[in-house]
Design a protein around this ligand. Structure first.
Ligand code: SF4
Ligand code: SF4
Ligand code: SF4
Length: 226
């Protein structure tokens, strides 16, 4: 029921017209953000809730027509082999950086930031396949789509689900509430309610790209396998 409520509130509010937790930075509640009227979308991945079912990967590929054997997102099993009873999974995808090297280096602006929703996305027709953006991305999450021959990244389903008022495919597919999507600049958004009460991290903060993905690290149970 909680999940349903959060989804409904997101849809209403949209108004459309190998990473490790070793490199991370804690503490990004809504109170610490500059809340403004312009939206800035982000996502939470809760490592405590993810069971590694891959439903998010499958939904992403279907919604965004990602070719077989290519991925905008995947969930990596990072379970310590010495402690296999405590499963640990990690979402690997575009971090939707606020200061995004991929958009800075693109010579044609095929890779760009949408002005209204502040999401890093693509104009596929303008891509010349130079791969500058792929080299510039510190998170190694961009790729050239085998079919379109254009670069690609997770853009929160910018061209597919969002214009239809739906949340990203991965979020809708997750039965375990491990994924939450919303406007980080809306203090009443469900995503900010969670960030206000739970510790979260950004990956690789040393690159200074200010990712919009937040990770809620798995709580340790006894054996320290972090
Ligand atoms: S659908 Fe949810 S629980 Fe399953 S792998 Fe994805 S994030 Fe984890
Ligand atoms: S994670 Fe990579 S592809 Fe995504 S916005 Fe950052 S630099 Fe660009
Ligand atoms: S591969 Fe495409 S999106 Fe990436 S920098 Fe080159 S033109 Fe831009």
């Amino acid at each position: 029921m909680e999940s349903e409520n959060k989804r409904r509130s997101f849809i209403k509010g949209l108004g459309f017209g190998t990473l490790f937790l070793g490199t991370m930075q804690y503490g990004f509640g809504a109170k610490e953000k500059n809340l403004s009227k312009k939206p800035h979308y982000g996502m939470i991945f809760d490592q405590n809730k993810c069971v590694g079912c891959s439903d998010c990967e499958i939904a992403c590929a279907k919604v965004n027509h990602v070719p077989k054997n290519q991925h905008r997102l995947y969930v990596e099993d990072q379970t310590n082999p010495k402690n296999i009873m405590e499963k640990k999974y990690m979402r690997i995808s575009c971090q939707q950086c606020e200061d995004s090297p991929c958009t800075h280096v693109c010579p044609t602006k095929a890779c760009h930031r949408d002005e209204k929703l502040d999401i890093v996305t693509m104009t596929v027709e303008d891509c010349i396949g130079c791969k500058y953006c792929i080299v510039a991305c510190p998170y190694d999450v961009r790729f050239i789509n085998d079919e379109t021959k254009a670069a690609e990244n997770c853009d929160f389903c910018f061209h597919t689900n969002l214009p239809e008022g739906k949340e990203p495919g991965c979020v809708g597919a997750c039965k375990y509430d491990a994924l939450v999507f919303g406007d980080l600049n809306d203090k009443n958004a469900y995503i900010n309610k969670i960030l206000d009460i739970k510790d979260s991290v950004r990956l690789k903060p040393q690159f200074g790209t200010k990712p919009s993905l937040r990770y809620i690290p798995r709580l340790r149970k006894g054996v320290d396998d972090a």
